[in-house]
Ligand binder design. Structure first.
Ligand code: HEM
Length: 637
């Protein structure tokens, strides 16, 4: 058949014209839509600064390069290049990364943004039934999150902490005895040792259960947790892994995977049984067991099911153990590594009667009041949590609607990351951010005595929020309960028109809270989803540090390769950690050689600065460790 001149490859000119018009209309519609959205003066997401994209994979190469997952460093380095608000895209996911404190209220405040779905990936750690817990609920408007947050907050009150404090202190002393007996002077993996101590502490405080992990025997919870954490990361990298295990359950790795998960769930189950057998509980009992053991379903009034109890009990153990352990491990690293820091701390502990010496092998017991009077220790912990925030790689939120962030229109569906490491390590938030400096947190009265600077970046947010969280573990925190309750009961956006009906102190809290949210120092996050256990966690960290540093002189083990070696081996895991272990030598102060004691007594005027050089090639010592990576070996088989 003869074709007309406008026939192209068998398609008539008329059809071609219609397609062309269709394409033009689609382009025009999308252009108009964008124009309409950016009408309010907002710029488009695509206009945000950000790293150069490659075809198809976009920015994925940034994640895939490098020997270890160091998401925190990646975000910080990109922020240094592209500024406090930048875009980052991988196939099928758009991110925006924020390190401008002024933008935090829109993300972490109220109404703020919900947590990203990534949090729910961790639910396999807590129970096999898919129940959520405080950590994995995505939205602050979920009734269950509100009820749990309000109820659990009671167990973190100053009175509850005071009641369990002797147990916490005695457990730190037990760890010190074990190390003295078994590993004096030998390299100790402080990540492992502090996980053992933090596990014992949370189990004793929350459930009155004694896991005796500090005895350095086998720990089912720690071993299984390490494996199950790793499984989550492997599932992210290889989403088909779970299906493969289901399809081929006889594979050795599938069997190992199931075995570790089963053992973990059995351990959580044992906690639930213990909670139930300890009941019935007194109405006045503020312990975590009592609170969680009496939680009921709002519809039926029945006690929580065992499965749900398991999700929440496990959630508190996991959230409270790994974070505290790594916070202490990093603080010990700072004491052992940065010049002048240990000497300043020793002088302070000696002044408070907390230093062991050959003539006084058992120093005074740490108590809550004395912990409050140790500004140098407090500053060390704060500075260490600034440079090494354990929730380092980020607080993940999700734009559930189009939002205005810093004058840019962030489209619905974008992942919004507030990386704590980036917040703390960029010069627009902290001058000379890579320098470890206690002076950020201390003021000198002129007489040589130091105290906490009243407007230090840490004290401001807590004091203003009425929390006194990180600096005053034993202080009276009047109205805290009401505040915690107010947080979950009242919206904080000031839009609801309910403000005038609230009691005055609640309104004050609400007003100051907004400002506190714009502070750059947020190791415990900020806003309604900030850390539930921060008061308890800081009490643990302070008492562990005072007890350990009062009894041991610390030295970073030469195998770590000094500061550079440690920084190179950092990994963004559930918490910011050191791959392969963080080895520090613990030298008993009651037997410190004379020459070391003399150097410890010399207090330099300025603590901080660059790390000491380690002596290479020191003699090999027995290594006391059950490091994450040695456990990881199983998984790679
Ligand atoms: C020094 C120790 C600790 C640090 C640095 C820390 C840090 C954090 C951070 C950054 C978050 C926010 C996580 C996110 O949104 O992605 C968080 C949440 C949480 N933390 Fe902690 N934490 C510590 C100790 C504890 C302790 C001891 C407990 C319990 C006893 C605890 C329980 C929780 C819970 C339940 C949440 C979730 C709260 C919610 O979403 O409503 N934490 N923590």
């Amino acid at each position: 058949m003869e074709r007309t001149s406008v026939d192209i490859m068998g398609v008539s000119g008329w059809v071609m014209l219609q397609i062309a018009i269709g394409v033009l209309m689609a382009v025009g519609w999308s252009y108009m839509r964008r124009r309409k959205k950016v009408k309010g003066g907002l710029k488009r997401y695509e206009e945000l600064p950000g790293p150069k994209e490659w075809p198809l994979i976009r920015n994925l190469h940034h994640v895939l390069t490098g020997p270890r997952p160091q998401i925190h460093n990646m975000w910080t380095n990109l922020a240094l290049k592209h500024g406090p608000l930048f875009r980052f895209r991988v196939p099928f996911k758009n991110f925006v990364v924020v390190s401008d404190p002024k933008l935090i209220p829109a993300i972490l405040g109220r109404p703020g943004l919900p947590k990203t779905k990534m949090y729910q990936l961790t639910s396999t750690l807590f129970n096999p039934y898919g129940h959520d817990n405080l950590f994995t609920y995505l939205n602050t408007n979920e009734a269950e999150w509100k009820a749990c947050r309000k109820a659990f907050a009671k167990s973190m009150s100053p009175e509850s902490i005071r009641a369990v404090f002797p147990k916490l202190r005695d457990r730190s002393k037990l760890l010190c005895e074990e190390v003295r007996k078994k590993r004096n002077g030998a390299p100790l993996d402080v990540q492992d040792a502090m996980q053992r101590l933090a596990l014992d502490m949370i189990m004793l405080a929350a459930f009155s259960m004694d896991t005796q992990a500090v005895r350095f025997g086998e720990s089912v919870i720690l071993d299984s947790l390490h494996f199950c954490f790793e499984d989550i990361f492997w599932r992210l990298a290889m989403p088909w892994r779970r299906l493969l295990y289901r399809a081929l359950p006889w594979l050795p790795s599938a069997r190992a995977n199931k075995g570790y998960h089963d053992r973990l769930y059995a351990a959580w189950g044992a906690i639930c049984d213990h909670i139930r057998t300890m009941g019935p509980y007194d109405r006045e009992d503020g312990s975590f067991s009592a609170i969680i053991g009496t939680m009921t379903e709002p519809e039926t009034g029945k006690l929580w099911s065992r499965e749900k109890l398991m999700a929440h009990a496990a959630g508190v153990v996991v959230a409270g153990m790994d974070t505290t352990a790594h916070a202490v491990a990093w603080a010990l690293y700072c004491v052992a590594t940065y010049p002048g820091v240990q000497e300043k701390l020793v002088a302070e502990l000696e002044g408070a009667g907390l230093l062991a010496t050959p003539s006084m092998p058992e120093p005074r017991d740490v108590d809550l009041n004395v912990l409050h009077e140790l500004p140098v220790l407090d500053a060390i912990i704060k500075e260490s949590m600034r440079m090494f925030p354990v929730g380092g790689s980020g607080i993940g939120r999700y734009a559930d609607r189009d939002i205005d962030l810093g004058g840019y229109l962030i489209p619905k569906g974008t992942e919004v990351a507030v990386c704590l490491h980036t917040m703390h390590m960029v010069p627009w938030n902290f001058p000379e951010p890579t320098r470890f400096s206690l002076d950020r947190w201390l003021q000198d009265s002129g007489s040589g005595a130091v105290s906490q600077a009243p407007d230090s970046p840490a004290s401001r947010p807590c004091a203003e929020a009425g929390q006194e969280c990180s600096s005053a573990p034993g202080a009276s925190k009047q109205a805290e309960h009401e505040q915690q309750a107010a947080e979950v009961e009242q919206p904080r956006d000031g839009q609801s028109g309910q403000a005038s009906s609230q009691p005055k102190h609640r309104r004050d809290l609400k007003e100051t809270r907004g400002e506190a949210l714009t502070k750059p120092y947020i190791p415990f996050s900020a806003g309604p989803r900030d850390c539930l256990g921060q008061r308890f966690g800081m009490t643990e960290v302070l008492s562990m540090m005072a007890t350990i540093c009062g009894r041991f002189h610390l030295e970073l083990d030469p195998q770590m390769g000094g500061e550079a070696g440690v920084l190179e081996r950092q990994i963004s895991s559930f918490t910011l950690a050191v791959d392969g272990g963080l080895f520090i030598q613990f030298h008993d102060r009651t037997q410190v050689p004379a020459q070391q004691a003399a150097s410890a007594a010399a207090v330099p005027s300025e603590a901080g600065g660059k790390a000491k050089q380690q002596v290479p090639g020191s003699p090999a010592r027995p290594v006391f460790s059950m490091t994450a990576s040695s456990r990881r070996g199983d998984l790679r088989q």
